[in-house]
Design a protein around this ligand. Structure first.
Ligand code: AMP
Ligand code: GLY
Length: 442
């Protein structure tokens, strides 16, 4: 049995811990113990899960987290969200002789937290991306909007991106010059003047994940598609993600290998040359354009809700591959996958993605969905109050199903979708959840 500490409190962390617990040291009856910090209302699952009430997003807690890891004989720390990474938690552990923490250092995490840096890295390595301008003032941004809209483009429009981390809310996709000019003002008020202005690409999106050991990247062989818009048919505002499915039918294993070889590996090798080795999960948000796949953004972690889908499709616990990556030997890792398709439907609080939501509502129906075959409900914005589970955030639950667990090993999205929505219909809160009805409709 290993002791694994997962930092974070979302559905991604619940799913990651659920996958990691299957590492059993060769004892088929065994499992590993997962400590979630702080976890949520669903992560302290009997008998393998435990919550620890420390907030890892605060830099002043780094020492407390290290003390916990030492006292509890933690074999591996895995960092879920980007904020602790950008705040240097990995640097802190390494400086204190605790090397078994998986995630990039603050400098390497800039691949996500600094859009100017990732733009420059992609330019230097000739990785296909949208053409853009790094702007330091609103005036420069206005000029850049004019330059971009004057370019001959397949899809007219401009994208405004905050330079720094913005919790998934820092991107505005505008279809006209006028819209961009007017949205820029609001964007600057919220996120500051430094923005990346780029051309608007068009095409279906997908997410690719890999494990990097600093010089090599092992891509996960399953592409996942996130549904970022709030409403059915990809309408409404962008959210953190309202659901996901995988594998993505138009992304072949060969294409994933190419992305690993031509995009992920050159990125980490370039960072290595810059003396900023990148070790951790690497995530490329991709768009399949008419000119081929292009990178929309890099993230320095796994996706949410993509991880919930991946967790169902991974046959192997990621414990060993992660340990090999920490030793610089990720190429030796073997990862096996389940057949079939997985679908994750996010149940959100009404009002999400605005902060105008009501927390503390009791959730009913979890006992029945927990025993439904082929289905797993990952918790995100929930908390436990004695025997009750209450809502505690925008995205509350990720209801996930795997078709092969339902006796169908084909890529039958409809089966996984039906099972996920059957569980969705059994889950209730006062006033109802907000959710999309078309997740996994391929
Ligand atoms: P990002 O956080 O950079 O992945 O952006 C969030 C969402 O904005 C993406 O999932 C896309 O839907 C959209 N987006 C970002 N960059 C572009 C682009 N250059 N062209 C079109 N859409 C984009
Ligand atoms: N699913 C989008 C993200 O994790 O950023």
């Amino acid at each position: 049995m290993k002791n694994i500490l997962v930092l974070g409190s979302g559905g991604r962390e619940h799913a990651l811990g659920w996958n990691l617990k299957d590492y059993n040291d060769g004892n088929p009856e065994g499992w590993s113990r997962i400590h979630f910090m702080p976890g949520n209302g669903g992560t302290a699952e009997h008998p393998w899960g435990k919550n620890v009430a420390i907030d890892p997003t605060k830099a002043e807690n780094h020492l407390k987290i290290l003390e916990y890891a030492i006292c509890e004989h933690i074999d591996l720390v895995v960092v879920g969200p980007e904020t602790p990474l950008a705040r240097g938690i990995v640097n802190f552990f390494q400086a204190n002789n605790f090397p078994n923490i998986f995630g990039p250092t603050a400098c390497a995490a800039e691949l996500e937290s600094d859009k100017f840096r990732s733009y420059d890295i992609m330019n230097a390595t000739r990785i296909p991306q949208a053409r853009g301008f790094k702007c330091y003032t609103a005036e420069e941004a206005l000029r850049a909007i004019d330059s971009i809209t004057a370019l001959p483009q397949a899809a007219p429009g401009v994208v405004i991106k905050a330079k720094g981390l913005a919790g998934g809310k820092g991107v505005r996709v505008c279809t006209t010059n006028e819209q961009a000019q007017s949205e820029l003002e609001e964007h600057v008020k919220e996120f500051g003047e430094q923005v990346l202005i780029s051309e608007r690409l068009q095409g279906p999106e997908f997410s690719i994940f890999g494990l990097s050991d600093g010089t090599h990247v092992l891509p996960l062989e399953i592409a996942v598609q996130d549904h970022k818009r709030l409403l059915d048919g990809n309408n409404g505002p962008n959210t953190g993600g309202m659901g996901a499915y995988g594998p993505v039918p138009f992304v072949s294993r060969e294409l994933i290998e190419n992305i690993g070889r031509e995009i992920l590996t050159p990125t980490v090798q370039y960072m290595n040359q810059e003396r900023c080795p990148y070790v951790g999960f690497i995530y490329a948000g991709m768009m399949m354009t008419k000119q081929g796949p292009k990178v929309l953004e890099f993230n320095c972690r796994l996706g949410d809700p993509e991880t919930q889908v991946l967790a169902m499709l991974l046959k192997t616990s990621l414990y060993e591959p992660i340990m090999l990556a920490l030793k610089g030997k990720v190429n030796e890792a073997v990862i096996e996958y389940n057949s079939g398709a997985a679908v994750c439907v996010v149940l959100a609080s009404k009002g999400y993605p605005s902060s105008n939501i009501t927390n503390g509502l009791p959730i009913f129906g979890l006992e029945t969905t927990d025993s439904q075959p082929g289905t797993k409900v990952f918790h995100a914005g929930t908390k436990r109050d004695k025997e009750k589970i209450l809502t505690n955030g925008g995205r509350v639950l990720g209801v996930t199903a795997l078709s092969s667990d339902l006796g169908d090993s084909n890529l039958n999205y409809a089966n996984a979708q039906e099972a996920a929505y059957k569980a969705v219909n059994a889950l209730k809160i006062e006033g109802g959840f907000a959710y999309r009805k078309d997740i996994g409709s391929i």
